[in-house]
Design a protein around this ligand. Structure first.
Ligand SMILES: [Zn+2]
Ligand SMILES: [Zn+2]
Length: 141
């Protein structure tokens, strides 16, 4: 395992296990969102015998250390991603794909929020826009 992927865990006081390190690697090396099942699929390729319950426990440890953010879109599954600057999510109602507005747009929204919220200190910002992505919109016309 690359130190690049174990170091953040060590820094945050997360006990390093291969499961946690590989799950963190899968999240940190992608700017995508994953369900626990998707991570399970990926990490099982390198750790056969990995249990889904271990994936959930590892995600909880990583989230508790502030490395991973969990969100949920409506009634959809829990999704996980490596923590980054707050960013709005665009959720396609047709294909289910979740994409990001860049963090500059997220920063502007957060700035507006802070300016308007009279001292409220924001820790998490979950913004989801639902609609139809450009690919799906193209397919319907
Ligand atoms: Zn995201
Ligand atoms: Zn779509």
């Amino acid at each position: 395992m690359d130190r690049h992927f174990t170091e953040p865990l060590r820094e945050r006081g997360v006990r390093i296990t291969p499961q946690r390190a590989f799950i963190w690697q899968a999240l940190a090396s992608s700017d995508d969102h994953f369900t626990a099942e998707e991570l399970w699929e990926r990490v099982r390729a390198v750790l056969p015998g990995l249990e889904i319950s271990t994936v959930y426990r590892s995600l909880e440890a990583l989230a508790g250390a502030g490395l991973v953010v969990e969100s949920r879109v409506g009634e959809g599954p829990r999704i996980f991603e490596a923590r980054s600057a707050p960013h709005p999510h665009l959720v396609c109602e047709k294909c289910g794909r979740i994409s990001h507005l860049d963090s500059a747009a997220g920063g502007r929204i957060l700035g507006a929020l802070e300016a308007e919220s009279e001292g409220f200190e924001t820790h998490e910002l979950h913004i989801f826009a639902t609609g139809v992505c450009a690919d799906c919109a193209e397919g319907t016309e």
